[in-house]
Design a protein around this ligand. Structure first.
Ligand code: ZN
Length: 144
């Protein structure tokens, strides 16, 4: 029997979609120009950015880890200067990013207007002097 090419099911290759929290560390207080938002004074500490990859979640997160990219989004201006610590993924076919951003906004300091040009949120970037790895305590367990 001849092998059949070109008919393989590739559903397992379908990219993962969903939201993520990017955890970044800023090693020192620094003033960074963030596109049209202008200069922002970033304190030393940890930053939590909420985004989504509705075409390919893993590829989007990998892009954030690259240091050599053009500044396209607000987040690119800081991922190029901060240390990448971790990314929490929330696989889903729904857009969860704004719901997660709202929950974090109730618990953490926000960098106003950051990363939310396309939605009605006040911010998608949050700050804490201490690292946070367990977000369940904020009540986002339903997404995990
Ligand atoms: Zn939003």
């Amino acid at each position: 029997m001849k092998p059949v090419f070109g008919q393989a099911q590739c559903s397992h290759n379908t990219p993962m979609t969903g939201a993520y929290i990017l955890i970044l560390f800023n090693p020192r207080k620094q003033l960074i120009k963030v596109g049209k938002l202008g200069k922002i004074d970033f304190l030393k500490g940890y930053y939590f950015y909420i985004g989504s990859g509705m075409q390919n979640l893993e590829k989007r997160v990998l892009r954030h880890q690259s240091k050599h990219k053009k500044n396209k989004w607000h987040i690119d201006y800081i991922t190029n200067k901060f240390k990448f610590i971790d990314a929490k993924l929330f696989p889903s076919s729904k857009r969860l990013e704004c719901q997660i951003a709202k929950i974090l906004g109730k618990n953490l300091m926000m960098i106003k207007d950051f990363g939310c040009s396309d939605c009605r949120c006040q911010s998608h970037l949050f700050y804490s002097p201490e690292i946070i790895t367990n977000f369940k305590k904020f009540g986002i367990a339903k997404f995990i």
